[in-house]
Design a protein around this ligand. Structure first.
Ligand code: NDP
Length: 292
């Protein structure tokens, strides 16, 4: 059976790796070893003590880390142990420039790399229904298709290396803008005497609706549940990447640049462990009202 190495057992890496444990011979590594030990207690997987030990003998190496810079450092620590036929699949929501640099480093030793960020959240990861957006050589993508299909449902080749990262960043910038603007609007309506549930009832049957108004705000904000599934720190990173992509392409992008600034501010205000939906708490503090 094909041996897979999975590096990075965070909120979304863990449920993705669980599907791979069902379908392949899996070795896992995580910087904080306790997470890898817990994973191996719950799934059929071997724990490696280092990233280099994890990738040794693997046909496919998967990473799902916070940033591309983290992936670059893990590549540096593991590159000498890579076999000749391996493919590196990076599920991180990365940045195109760093992915291109990693791909060039690996290409120099004959190892192909694809950027393969995902969307669908931790629930999509648990159900194996993620959307995968891919950058890289289509022939390489075909070689690893069984691995991609074990974790995702919709698999889209977006272009050369970095294209998956760019699409992911723009998607998440739209998420941030939808959530933030809905938060401002609902706070204003609440102060004008309209309860958020009433406002959402109208908006979700009208043209202003979005995933933020239909799912995130009712389930996380109005309920005050605020579960942690996707950290605001990571969304801040993603919107920063989208703003950088727009600048690199010389596209006038005042809204993307403002969204990046707002995410930086919310992240700095709420800290490292806040969930992305908690960004509305900043609006609530400014407005002196709860979106309920
Ligand atoms: P978490 O913060 O839960 O986990 C991050 C993982 O990366 C941990 O395993 C962490 O190790 C590891 N890591 C971070 N820095 C390093 C480093 N320098 N060296 C080695 N390992 C490192 O993040 P998520 O699992 O939520 O997200 C992972 C990626 O997936 C991110 O790019 C995110 O944007 C993206 N994503 C997340 C979604 C979600 O719903 N959560 C949805 C779609 C994409 P340690 O345990 O030691 O901290």
């Amino acid at each position: 059976m094909t041996r897979i190495a999975f590096l990075g057992l965070g909120d979304i890496g863990t449920p993705m790796a669980a599907h791979l444990a069902d379908a392949f011979e899996l070795t896992v590594w995580n910087r904080t070893p306790a997470k890898a030990t817990a994973f191996a207690g719950a799934h059929k997987a071997t724990v490696a003590p280092t990233a280099a030990e994890a990738v040794r003998g693997a046909a496919v190496v998967c990473t799902c880390l916070s940033t591309s810079v983290d992936v670059e450092s893990v590549v540096a620590s593991a590159v000498s142990a890579l076999g000749p036929e391996v493919v590196w699949v990076d599920f991180t929501s990365g940045d195109p420039a760093t992915s291109q640099r990693i791909a060039a480093r690996l290409a120099a030793i004959g190892v192909p790399f694809i950027d393969a960020p995902v969307s669908g959240g931790t629930s999509g990861a648990q159900q194996g229904t993620l959307t995968l957006m891919l950058g890289g050589d289509p022939i390489v993508i075909e070689r690893v298709r069984p691995v991609l299909e074990a974790v995702g449902k919709k698999i889209v080749h977006c272009g050369p290396i970095g294209a998956g990262d760019a699409v992911k960043a723009v998607n998440n910038a739209l998420l941030a803008i939808n959530l933030w603007s809905a938060g401002e609007g609902l706070a204003a309506l609440k102060k004008a005497g309209v309860p958020s549930a009433v406002a959402l009832d109208v908006i979700n049957a009208s043209s202003g609706r979005s995933n933020a108004t239909m799912t995130l705000i009712p389930e996380r904000v109005v309920s005050r549940a605020f579960p942690r599934t996707f950290r605001l720190a990571l969304l801040d990173k993603d919107v920063g990447i989208a703003a950088q992509v727009a600048r690199d392409q010389k596209v006038p992008s005042p809204l993307l640049q403002l969204a990046a600034e707002l995410m930086r501010l919310a992240h700095a205000t709420l800290g490292e462990s806040a969930d992305h939906a908690e960004m509305v708490k900043v609006i609530e503090r400014w407005a002196g009202v709860e979106i309920t």
